[in-house]
Design a protein around this ligand. Structure first.
Ligand code: GAL
Length: 463
C-alpha cells in the first residue's frame, strides 16, 4: 500500500451550472449557459441544465453523500447570477442563503468548503450589455461580485478559487465557439484570457487587502493542462512539446508565477497577444497562494511546419496554427468515454514540470477523473474502469510526492454525474450515479473504493 502524508486532503469537485439546476428559482438571473443551451445544435441531443442533478433542491442530502464517502474537502462553484441576478448591483439574498447554508452544513460535517467564484456561467446581462470578456469592464464587474462573496462568506472560508480554467472559457468560448458564448475568432481568446487574468489578479488584491486577515485564507485559481510527451527525442519535438505546454498552461501560469506571458507566445502571436503594463504585471505576479491544477489526459507532441486541422480541434490545447504542434496518441493507450487517453505518468511528469518551472509551489489537484459508460445493474454500478483510472493517477501522485513535489491534496471530478457542457448528460463523471429522470443518487463501486482510500489514506500499488 502507498501511504499518503498525514494531512493530505482528499476531496470531490462539482460546479454550479453542472449540478444545481433551479435555473430561475429563488430570484436567480440567467447566465450565458442558460441561453447557449437553447441554441439548436449546440448541445448533445438538445440537453440543457435547467434541472441538472437538482442539487439546489437536494443540497442537504448531497452533503450527507459527501460525508458518507468521508471526503475532507468539497470544491463547488458559486453561481454569479444567483448572487447578483443582473451581474452587478442588487444582491439576491436567497442566493446568499443557499451558499451560506451549504457552507454551514459542510463545516458541521468537517468538510472544508472550497468555493470557486466563477465556473463559466457568466450573468447574461454582462454578455448582452457589456460584451462579456472582450470588454475590460469585466474586471471591475467581477471584482464587485467577488467582494460580495467575500463579504458574506469569508468568515467561514479558508480556501478560495477565483475562476475555473480560463483556458477553456477563452479558447472554447471565444476561439472554437463550442462553449458559451459561442464565438469563433483567432484573436478574441487572447483578449478574453487577458481580461480574465486581470480580473483574477484584482480580486486577489482585494482579498488580501480587505478579507484575508479574517480567516488567514488562501486564494488561487484552477488551471487546466494536459501533458505533452515529445513523440521522439529529436530536439524539434522536445521543443514542440514545451511550446504546447507554454500555450496551454504557461499562458496563465507564467504571468501569475513568473510575471509575463511565455516568450514563445509573444513571438508567435505578435499583436494578437495583449501586453501587460508594468503595473499590471506587478498586480498579476504573485497572485496565487498555491498552484491549483485540473488534469485529464496526455498526447504526444511533434513539430510540424504548417498549421493543421485536428479531428477534434479543442483537444489540441489551442490553435494548432499558432503553435505548429501536431498531437497524436499511442494506440496502446486506453481511452475514456470522452475519447481521452488514460496515461497516469502524464500527471506525474506535469507535476514535476510545474514544480521546476514555478518554484516548487504547494499544489492541489482540483480536478482529475473520467467518464465511462456506467450502467446501472440491479441497483449497482460496477465502474471498475474508473477505479483503475483513479488508482493509476493517484499512484503517480504518490510517486511525485516521494520525490519532493509539494502536492497537498486531490479532488475527484466529480461527486455526481452531471451536465457535461456541450455533451449534455451523455458523459458520466460521478462517484455517484444520477438517474436524471428521478434525480436519485446511487453510489458507484468507485464511491466505496474512494471511501476506503480516504479511510486508509493509502492506495493499493499498481502491479
Ligand atoms: C473540466 C471542467 C469541468 C468538467 C471536466 C470534465 O475542464 O472544469 O467542469 O466538465 O472538465 O470534462
Amino acid at each position: 500500500m502507498l501511504l499518503f502524508p498525514k494531512d493530505f486532503l482528499w476531496g470531490c469537485s462539482t460546479s454550479a451550472y453542472q449540478v444545481e439546476g433551479a435555473w430561475d428559482q429563488d430570484g436567480k438571473g440567467p447566465s450565458v449557459w442558460d441561453v447557449f443551451t437553447q441554441i439548436p445544435g449546440k448541445i448533445n441531443i438538445g440537453h440543457d441544465a435547467r434541472i441538472a442533478a437538482d442539487h439546489y433542491n437536494r443540497m442537504e442530502r448531497d452533503v450527507q453523500l459527501m460525508a458518507d464517502i468521508g471526503i475532507r474537502a468539497y470544491r463547488f462553484s458559486i453561481s454569479w447570477s444567483r448572487i447578483l441576478p443582473q451581474g452587478q448591483g442588487k444582491v439576491n439574498k436567497m442566493g446568499i442563503a443557499f451558499y451560506s447554508k451549504l457552507i454551514d452544513l459542510l463545516l458541521e460535517k468537517d468538510i472544508t468548503p472550497w468555493p470557486t467564484l466563477f465556473h463559466w456561467d457568466l450573468p447574461l446581462t454582462l454578455q448582452f450589455e457589456k460584451d462579456g470578456l472582450l470588454n475590460p469592464y469585466i474586471v471591475d464587474a467581477f471584482t464587485e461580485y467577488a467582494d460580495v462573496c467575500f463579504y458574506y462568506f469569508a468568515d467561514r472560508i479558508k480556501y478560495w478559487l477565483t475562476l475555473n480554467e480560463p483556458y477553456v472559457y477563452a479558447m472554447l468560448g471565444y476561439g472554437f465557439g463550442c462553449m458559451a458564448p459561442g464565438r469563433k475568432s483567432m484573436t478574441e481568446p487572447y483578449l478574453a484570457a487577458h481580461h480574465l487574468l486581470l480580473a483574477h489578479a484584482k480580486i486577489v488584491q482585494l482579498f488580501r487587502e480587505k478579507y484575508k486577515h479574517i480567516n488567514n485564507g488562501k486564494i488561487s485559481l484552477p488551471l487546466n493542462c494536459d501533458w505533452r510527451e515529445p513523440l521522439t527525442y529529436k530536439p524539434e519535438d522536445t521543443a514542440a512539446a514545451q511550446r504546447a505546454l507554454d500555450f496551454f498552461l504557461g499562458w496563465f501560469a507564467d504571468p501569475i508565477f513568473l510575471g509575463d506571458y511565455p516568450e514563445s507566445m509573444k513571438v508567435r502571436l505578435g499583436d494578437r497577444l495583449p501586453a501587460f503594463s508594468t503595473d499590471e504585471k506587478d498586480m498579476v505576479r504573485g497572485s496565487a497562494d498555491f498552484f491549483a491544477l485540473n488534469h485529464y489526459t496526455t498526447h504526444y507532441a511533434e513539430a510540424c511546419s504548417e498549421g493543421f486541422e485536428n479531428a477534434v480541434p479543442w483537444e489540441n490545447g489551442g490553435f494548432a496554427e499558432d503553435q505548429h504542434v501536431k498531437l497524436s496518441s499511442d494506440p496502446t493507450w486506453e481511452k475514456t468515454e470522452m475519447g481521452w487517453n488514460v496515461v497516469p505518468y502524464g500527471l506525474y511528469k506535469l507535476l514535476h514540470w510545474i514544480h521546476k518551472r514555478y518554484g516548487q509551489p504547494e499544489t492541489y489537484i482540483t480536478e482529475n477523473g473520467c467518464a465511462f459508460n456506467d450502467q446501472l445493474d440491479n441497483g449497482c454500478v460496477n465502474d471498475h474502469q474508473r477505479i483503475e483510472f483513479l488508482r493509476g493517477y493517484i499512484s503517480e501522485c504518490h510517486k511525485a510526492i516521494g520525490e519532493g513535489v509539494k502536492l497537498k491534496g486531490y479532488f475527484v471530478w466529480s461527486l455526481l454525474d452531471n451536465f457535461e457542457w456541450m455533451l449534455g448528460y451523455s458523459k458520466r463523471f460521478g462517484l455517484y450515479y444520477v438517474d436524471f429522470q428521478t434525480a436519485k443518487r446511487i453510489p458507484k463501486a468507485s464511491a466505496h473504493w474512494y471511501c476506503n482510500l480516504i479511510k486508509s489514506n493509502s492506495v493499493q500499488e499498481l502491479k
